[in-house]
Design a protein around this ligand. Structure first.
Ligand code: GBH
Length: 524
């Protein structure tokens, strides 16, 4: 049965018409519909340390790769950095209040490696860093909000870069294993969901192929860097990262999991690649695009080998994994897959037909030309972000693809959201009214619901993001928040989408027979 989303939207426009004053949008939940989301489904919001915390030199934190990168001129589009970000380090209590109001039962955030181990395994554990995360975790647990913790969301101690070029060296496995062990030890009594890496595919592609992210390495036509090798280094870095994931999972499984009883997984950026035509060439190209983007990481971790298309095209250029690692650490090397899904792309074959350079057409990208627009056709409504096209059907398709390829391993949608920009002098109305975000989220959630009804084992969904925040090389120009942040005062303001999400969660909790949490009857 379809969810009565139109009720929610009706209620919202009602709410929207009385911006000032109370905003009672819970009255719509009268029908006894059955929700496709399980009773213990996690509904949350997501964030990351570098994008949220700020406090970049506070209480003994060490410098990380993003601190160093953003302090070099010309790296971010607006010249900004995450020194202060949204000051979550000092304002986490207020932010937990915002979550409680929405009624989420989980919060996905990441730990700053350099806040916990300023010098990696070459120095001491920073007690103040541990204290901060303990306070945050306790604040969440006290409100019934499940911490969903990522160990590394792009930011790593600069020390590892300076000592041995981080991901280019197998040494990093030792550092990551050590870091993960520290985190399980201090936080694992309360944290039951662990993610080793956020979007390693994006971190590696941007760090070592296009050079847009630190360590800003690339070569040839792939980008404009002073060092690097775009055709070789991404594969070396990825292999070391995959082995690091395996090392952390191994520590968790052998030392902690039995007592602590949590789950561990990895998060990939997952684009739905739609063949541009019905030709078998384009269909194969779409498969290759996926293999060279997401399966590149998931296949080794789950199946113990690289995707067949990568082996065929790259052969000996792919760094092998040891037989010992494959048998003991890689196969089934996770408990769940985290899926960050925002967008879909068209794919055209470049083996049988000629493609212009760029956008995926090289050998190391699988001879697949990838773009949101082709021959004047757009895969979905364009947004202010060149990589983001609104194509809600992609959610059901990518979830079903992952389900089929990996035997329906539990999945979490660890990020989904819409980025927008803002006028120079926004009115209250401009700040509040993000109907485009509401439409985006409700479309993608509908599509997710459909995948679940057809049997996909999806156990949670997180909106990116709780607040506007530092959007990497786009700085503060792009806003993804359910709450607006004023970057001069750092004050947070609820958007329409926050109310909408609150209502959405309440409806599904109610239909699953769970009493809504506190904040349910609160007024704006
Ligand atoms: C996620 O990244 C991040 O996890 C999060 O930190 C970020 O704020 C959020 O989404 C919103 O952007 O050139 O190969 O990387 C998604 C970042 C950037 C992923 C563009 C897809 C295009 C392909 N996206 N990228 S690639």
């Amino acid at each position: 049965m379809e969810l009565p989303l139109h009720h929610a939207i009706f209620a919202m426009s009602f709410c929207f018409s009385i911006i000032i004053g109370s905003c009672d949008i819970v009255s719509v939940k009268e029908n006894s519909i059955s929700s496709p989301f399980s009773d213990n489904f996690l509904f949350g919001t997501a964030s990351s340390s570098y994008q949220f915390e700020g406090a970049y030199l506070t209480d003994g934190k060490g410098l990380n790769n993003w601190d160093v990168f953003t302090h070099k001129p010309g790296t971010t589009m607006d010249g900004t950095n995450g020194d202060i970000a949204v000051d979550h380090y000092h304002r986490y209590e207020e932010d937990v209040d915002l979550m409680e109001f929405i009624g989420v039962n989980s919060y996905r955030f990441s730990l700053s490696w350099a806040r916990i181990l300023p010098k990696g395994r070459y120095g001491k554990v920073n007690k103040a860093g541990i204290d901060y995360y303990n306070l945050l975790i306790d604040a969440l647990v006290n409100r019934g909000i499940e911490p969903f913790v990522t160990l590394t969301h792009y930011d790593i101690p600069q020390e590892l870069e300076d000592r041995y070029e981080s991901w280019l060296s197998p040494e990093i496995q030792e550092d990551f294993r050590y870091y993960a062990d520290v985190c399980f030890k201090y936080f694992g009594d309360r944290v039951k969901y662990w993610v080793t890496f956020n979007e390693p595919n994006v971190a590696i592609i941007r760090g070592y192929r296009t050079g847009l992210h630190p360590p800003a390495r690339c070569s040839g036509l792939f980008g404009n860097c002073s060092k690097g090798d775009s055709e070789r280094e991404p594969f070396i870095a990825a292999a070391n990262l995959i082995s690091s994931h395996a090392a952390a999972v191994d520590v968790y499984r052998t030392k902690y999991q039995k007592n602590q009883g949590g789950k561990i997984g990895i998060v990939l950026n997952a684009i739905w690649f739609e063949p541009f035509s019905n030709s078998s060439e384009d269909k194969l190209a779409a498969e290759r695009a996926q293999s060279f983007y997401m399966n590149w990481f998931l296949d080794p971790i789950i199946l113990g080998r690289y995707p067949a298309e990568m082996e065929e095209i790259l052969g000996p250029d792919l760094p092998p994994f040891s037989r010992y690692d494959v048998e003991n650490k890689l196969k089934r090397g996770l408990d769940f897959i985290g899926v960050n899904h925002y967008t879909s792309m068209f794919v055209k074959d470049c083996i049988f037909s000629a493609c212009e350079a760029g956008l995926g057409s090289s050998r190391t990208e699988g001879f697949a030309f990838i773009s949101g627009q082709m021959d004047g056709v757009s895969i979905g409504e364009p947004t202010v972000l060149d990589w983001l096209h609104v194509h809600p059907q992609g959610m059901e398709k990518i979830v079903t693809y992952i389900k089929d390829r990996y035997n329906n391993i539990p999945m979490f949608i660890t990020e989904n959201g819409l980025g927008t920009n803002e006028n120079s002098f926004p009115t209250t109305e401009d700040i509040f009214n993000d109907a485009d975000r509401v439409e985006y989220l409700s479309g993608y959630l509908d599509s997710l619901a459909s995948a679940i009804r057809k049997g996909a084992d999806v156990r949670g969904y997180f909106v990116w993001s709780l607040l506007d925040n530092f959007e990497w090389i786009q700085g503060y120009t792009i806003r993804f928040g359910l709450h607006h942040v004023d970057y001069t005062t750092l004050s947070r303001t609820r958007r329409l989408s926050a109310f909408w999400y609150k209502n959405f969660i309440a409806q599904h909790k109610a239909s699953a027979g769970i009493r809504p949490g506190p904040g349910y009857t609160q007024e704006r």
